[in-house]
Design a binder for this molecule. Sequence first.
Ligand SMILES: [Zn+2]
Length: 179
Amino acid sequence: MATPPHASSHGPVPGNPYSAPGEYGQAPAPGNYGPTPSGYAAPAPTGHAPRACRACGAQSAADFKVRAHVGFLIMMKFEHLDGPFCRACGIAVVRQMTTRALFLGWWGPLSLVIFNPFTLVWNLVAYLKFSRLPASAPAPGRTHLDTGPPVLRRPLAYVVLIPIAWAVWIISQAVTHSS
Ligand SMILES: [Zn+2]
């Protein structure tokens, strides 16, 4: 007598909030393992994240910093952008920051002699690192940074001729006076 009501009471059970098809419908047997790793799955992508380009999400990226320097008299500003960057975005950032340093980095004594040359050498190393990476596609829905023209096709970079001319003048003066 009690059996038929029980059987019919099993019917409505799937409609219960506890047996919502999305949650437990797939979970019972394999879901035992499913939910457990998903609790640990969150740290796993962050473990991969530092390797992906921070600008476009491309998978092969190098974690290297790109610098720029601004120096006016005693005011100095040390700028940098942290990686990781992929090949395309890395080259884009190096070109942009290097042009900035070539334009704004010379106008204080320490900047001229120490910090801006250091910045340029650093960016050369960065450029070599990024240019050795394989080209990689950006993550879906994202794009590479605009690489733009090479540094030497950017007019602002030629401001570097002023400190170079000055250095040549200083050296030639030293040579003339010593001989
Ligand atoms: Zn990128």
